[in-house]
Design a binder for this molecule. Structure first.
Ligand code: GLN
Length: 477
């Protein structure tokens, strides 16, 4: 069997009988085995995937298979799957088994997708390099001496290295788009409220969103339309109907779309000159093709990362208080009473970065500093939203680089957390504002590594975002 880079091709072959789901699963299992050294998976559910494949092969024969029949999908280790382990790559949840499935997972299974395993990530989705996992680093398949990005590094690598057809990740500040950029795959963070967060282990609930890694836009659109839509288990979900994205892509007149590009991003110190050139070349190519593409200014760019770290650490300090060694997860064997149970279990169970963020969040929420930090952060968030929406009133999409550089070496940002945090300078705007954004693997650096081009769209308008992405990926190339 050859590697399928698109579900459509696989689906055709499954329908005409030239390939079986069982073969597909076996194929990916052998690739996972061969690429074990990448450390992309924390657990592979091989036997179960094969059993499911057999049942789905039977359904295909009877003409009763779902819309994702035989699509082999990996899920980030912070997304719950009933009766399967989930740990958020943390020692504090080691051995924990989920009693229910995330809504996103339920919807994939209902369409006969095959979940093959859970992928490595930064602990509690906090990080930009996957170096914060309690279960070891993940290697970038393009260059094993470099990070895959984070926090959904394992999912990005699983798709980039052909260990599955698609993968789920979560994005709070760039955790899907940045690793997608570093590994050369498509990664989308949908609008806040598009995909239910039920069953996603919370980091910063007002920004967290589940999204996908795929090799192409059609797969991305299909997965999104299946997972998206209202859910009684998540009160922050949009009630808006979800269009049949994968079918409606051709109905969008991409020629008419107006695109803005953020000058402040391109003039930002620290942006790799080749990435800058890549974006400017794309701007020129679009202009040559007759599009309206204009520079706009977004003067708040430098406030994005600080605001992100005030708001997300505040939410994390509250969300992560549930890991107390009492109801579930790790309990320190040295604990003797309730107080030492809390203190020792949390001290021993959480890694350094998670502790740093819990402490920062506790500080910004503390009585004396609440107005100075958290309340101010909320105001800046509002400014971000207003200014970004003002741009999107005049333009359909906003173009920028996804990341300031290509994948960096392991350990490079270890000693300087702020430098690591600045990795997210271009990606935090979308989750701060709740808007959808995608990273497209359109750049190639002279160092041999890929880099992403980011597009951000209007809230809930994934259709336009995806239609233009398809145009850039397939027609402009
Ligand atoms: N890299 C960012 C961080 O460290 C983003 C994380 C995320 O999106 N989950 O918080």
């Amino acid at each position: 069997m050859n590697l399928y880079r698109s579900y459509k091709n696989l689906q055709d072959d499954l329908q005409n009988g030239s390939v079986k789901c069982v073969e597909v699963v076996n194929y990916y299992l052998s690739r996972i085995e061969q690429n074990k050294g990448l450390n992309a998976f924390l657990e592979v559910w091989g036997d179960e995937a094969l059993q499911r494949a057999e049942a789905i092969d039977e359904k295909i024969k009877q003409g009763k298979a779902g819309r994702l029949a035989g699509m082999v999908i990996a899920i980030k280790d912070n997304i719950c799957y009933k009766y399967h382990k989930v740990s958020a790559a943390s020692k504090i949840l080691e051995g924990f088994v989920s009693l229910y499935s995330a809504t996103a997972v339920e919807r994939l299974l209902a369409e006969d997708a095959i979940i093959i395993g859970r992928t490595n990530c930064d602990e509690f989705a906090m990080g930009s390099s996957n170096e914060n996992s309690a279960y070891g680093k993940v290697l970038n398949p393009c260059d094993n001496t470099r990070v895959p990005g984070g926090s959904s590094g394992g999912s990005a690598v699983a798709v980039a290295a052909g260990l599955c057809m698609a993968a789920l990740g979560s994005d709070t500040g760039g955790s899907i788009r940045q690793p997608a950029s570093f590994c050369g795959v498509v990664g989308i963070k949908p609008s806040y409220g598009r995909i239910s967060r039920y069953g996603l282990i919370a980091y910063a609930s007002s920004l967290d969103q589940i999204g996908t890694f795929t090799n192409n836009i059609h797969d991305c659109a299909l997965l999104l339309e299946i997972m998206a839509g209202k859910d009684g288990y998540d009160s922050t979900m949009s009630q808006k109907p979800v269009p049949a994205l994968s079918e409606e892509l051709p109905s969008v007149n991409v020629k008419k779309l107006k695109v803005a590009y953020l000058e402040d991003c391109l003039n930002r110190e620290g942006l790799d000159p080749e990435i800058k050139k890549g974006v400017l070349n794309m701007v020129q190519a679009l202009k040559d093709a007759g599009h309206v593409v204009e520079p706009v200014s977004f003067p708040f760019l430098d406030y994005g990362v600080p605001v992100y770290y005030v708001l997300t650490t505040a939410e994390a300090s509250s969300n992560l208080s549930r890991y107390a060694g009492v109801n579930f997860g790790y309990r320190s064997p040295a604990a003797t009473n309730i107080e030492s149970t809390y203190k020792k279990s949390r001290s021993e169970g959480f890694g350094t970065e998670v502790k740093r963020r819990i402490m920062t969040g506790t500080f910004v929420l503390s009585a004396g500093y609440y107005d100075a930090y958290y309340a101010k952060g909320q105001k800046v968030r509002r400014l971000f939203l207003d200014k970004t929406n003002a741009i999107l009133e005049k333009y359909d999409l906003i173009l920028s680089p996804t990341t300031p550089g290509t994948a960096f070496k392991f350990g490079q940002n270890d000693l300087d957390p702020v430098k690591m945090y600045l990795e997210d300078i271009f990606t935090v705007q979308a989750p701060i504002t709740g808007l959808p954004a995608i990273s497209l693997p359109l750049g190639r650096h002279s160092n041999g590594l890929p880099f992403g081009i980011q597009l951000m769209g209007r809230k809930y308008d994934e259709l336009t975002l995806l239609a233009f992405s398809k145009y850039l990926m397939e027609d402009m190339k």
